[in-house]
Design a protein around this ligand. Structure first.
Ligand code: SAH
Ligand code: SF4
Length: 458
């Protein structure tokens, strides 16, 4: 809308006109998506994206609470923003996301960093424009961490790319793994309506998007709270029929709910990418039970083998926590053995981080941090060898790549993703971004692949 067309009321709403915003996002894909919603909200107020933090009149930090490390990063960033605000009095600082959804942390931030103007939780996105308006007028820090699920959609979204879109299908989590803060900060499971998801995917395909990633803490829980209880496999099968889309991804699938029906749907759906992110967390049955994961190592390995049998060229990635309270040497050895048997394409491994309010917080933990670090290194070393040898299997193959743009480490190269989610770098022109092309894999490394493009885009 042109500024000239706005009436005085609209103009008052667009108090960000001529000003710039900067969003710093920590954490998972759901947070990345929330930041796209935040961007659309602040642009509706007239703000434009800043090229650098220092240029911004509005800084929003979207926080993560899953481990202590990202929380520490937020604290250090708020310290730096304190200095910036001293130079720039009109700067508005807002902190939102999973960390601030916890009342004690929201109040701590308000008290400790009094230059912060607004503290908002994960449920406050629909109210963000009004909250910012209040924050601008009021000297006192505004806090909104109400657990209000209503009116959360449809909210406008400013997507980061024009070829890939995040598409949340279920919010929240009911699983209560004993180490995890997510159910406390994201609330109970709420599935989006089946038809709304199909309509959004269809709209994206019309706009030229080639790839969508369906998001949920446990996508397999999709639909249990909806009339008629549509399940995740049926949603995937329906999305596979959306014309124009080339790739459908999903994350995360909880192993306990990954059914044969789901595996068959992935195997059959030509658009559904051959990749499962299947967090195992531990290879020890004793620890899995203490984690409340509700599967054992034998069931997990059966699942991995079924997936590999039914879906040729599938990649399986995982998350692992080392040093969970009570993890002894033989438990950790069981994790290493599982990793060798599962032969994951890659893993994210983390040292256990105690989270307030979780059941595991109360468990006795006698292992030193130093020992946990050693375990992490050992695990990563073994996995790196496996990743490299799995990647080497792809050398000389010609594979479909969705091009994402210039490589971050070498701007001479383009970067793209295979259907199995592996990254490939190759020489090519900037105009390929967002296109599907064929690339022959020439070299495998631990974290990525190198190749040469073959011919024109599909
Ligand atoms: N919903 C997803 C995971 C969300 S959190 C799932 O169930 O798989 C992402 C990952 O962070 C988890 O898989 C786990 O490996 C890790 N994580 C979660 N809580 C943690 C904690 N307290 N300490 C260390 N790692 C943790
Ligand atoms: Fe956390 Fe478990 Fe829910 Fe994943 S399934 S978000 S690990 S409680």
């Amino acid at each position: 809308m042109q500024k000239e067309e706005l009436n005085p009321i609209d103009l008052a709403q667009r108090f960000g006109e001529g000003q710039y915003y900067w969003i710093n996002t920590f954490g998972c894909q759901m947070n990345e998506h929330d930041s796209e919603v935040i961007a659309a909200q602040v642009e509706s107020l007239g703000y434009q994206p800043a090229c650098a933090l220092e240029e911004a009149n509005l800084v929003i930090i979207n926080t993560c609470a899953v481990r202590k490390k990202p929380e520490d990063k937020v604290s250090s960033m708020l310290g730096k923003l304190d200095l910036l605000k001293k130079e720039k009095d009109e700067l508005i600082i807002a902190v939102g996301g999973c960390m601030t959804q916890q009342e004690d942390l929201a109040l701590y931030i308000k008290k400790r960093f009094n230059q912060v103007d607004l503290v908002f939780g994960t449920h406050a996105l629909p109210r963000l424009p009004d909250l910012l308006k209040q924050a601008r007028r009021q000297k006192e820090t505004i806090v909104d961490i109400t657990e209000d699920y209503s009116g959360s959609e449809p909210l406008p979204i400013k997507r980061v790319t024009a070829y890939h879109a995040w598409l949340p299908i279920i919010y929240g989590c009911n699983n209560y793994c004993s180490y995890c803060v997510v159910p406390f900060v994201r609330g109970r499971e709420r599935s989006r309506k089946f038809d709304d998801i199909i309509a959004e995917a269809t709209g994206l395909a019309h706009q030229g998007y080639r790839e969508i990633t369906l998001l949920g803490q446990n996508v397999n829980s999709y639909g249990h709270d909806l009339p008629g209880k549509p399940d995740f496999a049926s949603l995937l099968a329906k999305l596979n029929q959306v014309n124009g889309l080339a790739r459908i991804r999903f994350m995360t699938a909880h192993p306990k709910d990954s059914t044969l029906d789901l595996i068959q749907t992935v195997a059959r759906g030509e658009k559904i990418c051959e990749h499962f992110h299947l967090p195992v967390q531990s290879g020890s049955n004793k620890i899995l039970s203490k984690m409340n994961r509700r599967y054992n190592r034998e069931q997990y390995l059966d699942l991995v083998h079924t997936i590999k049998d039914r879906i040729p060229e599938v990649s399986i990635t995982s998350d692992i926590i080392v040093g969970f309270p009570g993890e002894e040497d033989d438990d950790f050895t069981a994790t290493l053995e599982l990793v060798k048997q599962a032969r994951f394409d890659s893993i994210f491994a983390f040292i256990y981080s105690s989270r307030r309010g979780t059941r595991a917080e109360k468990l006795p933990d006698n292992t030193t941090y130093q020992e946990k670090e050693k375990r992490l290194q050992k695990l990563n070393k073994i996995q790196q060898q496996i990743s490299l040898s799995e990647n080497e299997k792809l050398v000389n193959k010609t594979m479909e790549v969705l091009v994402e743009g210039n490589s971050k480490s070498n701007p001479e190269l383009q970067t793209g993703r295979l259907r199995n989610n592996k990254l490939v770098h190759f020489p090519g022109s900037d105009s390929l971004t967002g296109k599907l092309i064929a690339v022959q894999i020439k070299e495998a490394r631990t974290w990525n692949l190198f190749g040469e493009s073959e011919g024109e885009p599909f």
